[in-house]
Design a protein around this ligand. Structure first.
Ligand SMILES: [Zn+2]
Length: 498
């Protein structure tokens, strides 16, 4: 009797185990590469966020949408120095807790955009259901998007107390830092994702490739030792790097791992939270970082999937050390062998130009100012835009006079035609022209005479590179390189009024 019952029970267990096994197999076999998540990204992209300069007031209705739908639950409530809410949002009901926080530095918003895309992905219903179900069943996801809303408002790194929150993990002087620490201490996550942006001029090692994404498993001590906590973060990075290579070949690097005891990543690692720093850098022709946003979305989902499957465990931690380190060899523009005319001197050297940004009055866009940062042998440097001017002459930009209303009616095509004739400046003949950034134009405005007629160190970058017969080949306007032989010339984010 006993024996029969035992047999029957074990038969049921066997069948159950077989069914369970095959279901589980289906879910675990499905790596992110086997899904349509990358191809279907447009379906998940949050349309309420279209630009880098996302503000606290823009994310609140989106959060409310996901709270109302039941995807997200409200966790702890935080408040910034200036009284803006800091949201701790929870999704999923699994055992493994993961904490992701973004925009601790107010001017680093790429991952904030991606987190809202992830919310849309998690709340969708489509062919990727088994992937998202696995995340929601295995993980408890804790999100704190935009930890520094006061900094985001002014597009600045620090909070309203002018303290860098990522140097406040030990002193906890800022309410934003205290809040993040409280969330971490309360939920005790297994993994943490510390989501930042880095300067777009970081390169992958000494190569010409920008470090579009840089990772770090922060060190928990000055000796930069490895323990299990840090090792798991490093293993996750190996896996994420592999995922990214398909869409970002040779543009992934590793951030410097010098121990920073005031940093949140280092402090959380010390607490036993396997913490991964992700830095979003630059990518050619992606000033609004919308492609990098997609990369963030995708690689974060791949990481969450790997945690849900514990797939990181099989990685060989030694491979972490073979990811190249961040270098700093990039400029926005490099012009090689340019002709320099300085007083009675005439010589050729390479010119490095960088773009400096500032927030415009609407606080919704950035203004650029291009400056000549380097005159040197730049054999070991690279530009996002990089030309050899060895066969070209440097020519000062010409000034054309016109009435203000003529300028107002001037089409982009007419501006391009003037540029091709070597004009870089317009002077109003009937009144003074405005100074400062001039959006969506090709030519600068000028009242006096150009400050610098030629290429000069630390000066504004406005000049023409012409062929020996005098025909302009390239124009540099406010630091932007324009190929004048191209049929279509687009307007610049902004030129300048001098
Ligand atoms: Zn940062």
């Amino acid at each position: 009797m006993m024996r029969t019952k035992l047999l029957v029970t074990s038969a049921f267990i066997t069948i159950g185990a077989l069914v369970g096994f095959s279901l589980r197999r289906e879910a675990t076999r499905l790596a992110i590469e086997d899904t349509s998540i990358w191809q279907s990204y447009d379906r998940y992209q949050e349309q309420g966020i279209q630009h880098l300069m996302v503000k606290h007031t823009e994310i609140q209705p989106l959060i409310n949408k996901h709270l109302a739908s039941g995807l997200l639950r409200s966790g702890l409530q935080g408040t910034s120095v200036q009284g803006r809410s800091i949201n701790h949002l929870v999704a999923g009901k699994g055992k493994t807790k993961v904490l992701l926080w973004s925009q601790m530095h107010g001017d680093e918003s790429t991952a904030t955009m991606a987190l809202f895309d992830i919310f849309n992905f998690l709340s969708a219903a489509d062919e990727n259901d088994s992937f998202r179900r696995l995340l929601m069943e295995k993980l408890e996801l804790h999100f704190v998007p935009m930890i520094n809303p006061d900094g985001a408002e002014l597009w600045k790194r620090r909070n309203a107390m002018d303290i860098d929150i990522n140097r406040d993990a030990r002193a906890l002087t800022t309410p934003e830092g205290r809040f993040l620490m409280k969330v971490a201490d309360e939920i005790k996550p297994r993994f943490g994702f510390n989501l930042h942006d880095q300067n777009a001029l970081h390169s992958v090692g000494s190569s010409s490739k920008p470090a579009t994404i840089s990772f770090l498993a922060p060190a928990y001590n000055h000796a930069r030792d490895m323990n299990e906590t840090r090792e798991n973060a490093a293993k996750m990075i190996i896996l994420m790097n592999r995922t990214l290579q398909k869409y970002l070949p040779d543009q992934v690097a590793k951030y410097n791992d010098a121990h920073e005891p005031r940093g949140f990543g280092d402090t959380f690692q010390k607490k036993g939270i396997s913490t991964i720093l992700i830095e979003s850098g630059g990518y050619l022709n992606d000033p609004q970082k919308q492609y990098i946003r997609k990369l963030n979305f995708y690689v974060l989902l791949s990481a969450l999937h790997a945690i849900a499957k514990e797939a990181y465990e099989q990685e060989d931690v030694e491979r972490y050390y073979s990811i190249p380190e961040n270098g700093r060899f990039l400029f926005n523009v490099v012009i090689r062998n340019a002709e320099i005319v300085k007083d009675s001197l005439r010589y050729r050297t390479s010119v490095g130009i960088n773009h400096y940004t500032s927030l415009d009055a609407t606080r919704k866009r950035l203004n650029y100012r291009g400056a000549i940062d380097e005159l040197a042998d730049m054999h070991d440097n690279y530009g996002y835009h990089d030309v050899d001017a060895a066969s070209l002459l440097s020519v000062p930009g010409k000034v054309i006079a016109m009435k203000k209303d003529e300028w107002e009616k001037l089409s982009l095509k007419s501006e391009a035609a003037l540029l091709r004739q070597g004009y870089l400046y317009i002077r109003f003949s009937d009144q003074r022209s405005p100074t400062g950034p001039v959006p969506n134009r090709l030519l600068n405005l000028i009242n006096g005479s150009p400050l610098s007629l030629s290429i000069a160190l630390y000066q504004n970058a406005n000049f023409v590179l012409a062929a020996r017969d005098g025909k302009p080949a390239y124009a540099v306007v406010n630091g932007f390189l324009i190929d004048l032989n191209k049929e279509k010339i687009s307007s610049l984010p902004n030129t300048y009024g001098y």
